[in-house]
Write a protein that binds this ligand. Structure first.
Ligand code: FES
Length: 107
């Protein structure tokens, strides 16, 4: 089977030591801006722009796996991208791979 575009490719966005557990930061992969979070369950990547008014989620606050937007406090589970208040509102999520100390995101 030939690879599909949607299979994407993994791009290195950070090293593990750059994103301590409990933190979130903004990274870039190709043209995409991504919020990269290190929660109790591991590394997770979501779209950077909050669905409300495009607040910078990479500058948000992470507690457990719950990411709070710095602008007006919308909250998302970084593992699924789901909004905490309305599960129908969902961030785009990206597959993450950790290898040789590098964090890679599939775009
Ligand atoms: S822009 Fe994120 S809560 Fe308003």
């Amino acid at each position: 089977m030939s690879p599909r575009m949607s299979d994407g490719m993994f791009v290195t966005v950070a090293r593990v030591e750059d994103v301590p557990q409990g933190s979130v930061r903004t990274v870039r992969a190709g043209d995409e801006e991504i919020a990269l979070a290190h929660c109790d369950a591991g590394f997770y990547a979501t779209q950077h722009a909050c669905i409300h008014l495009k607040g910078p989620l990479g500058e948000g606050h992470l507690e457990g796996c719950l990411l709070t937007c710095p602008w007006h406090g919308w909250q998302y589970d970084v593992r699924t991208g789901e909004n905490d208040f309305d599960l129908a509102i969902k961030l785009r999520t990206y597959d993450v791979q950790v290898e040789d100390g590098e964090i890679r995101v599939r775009i």
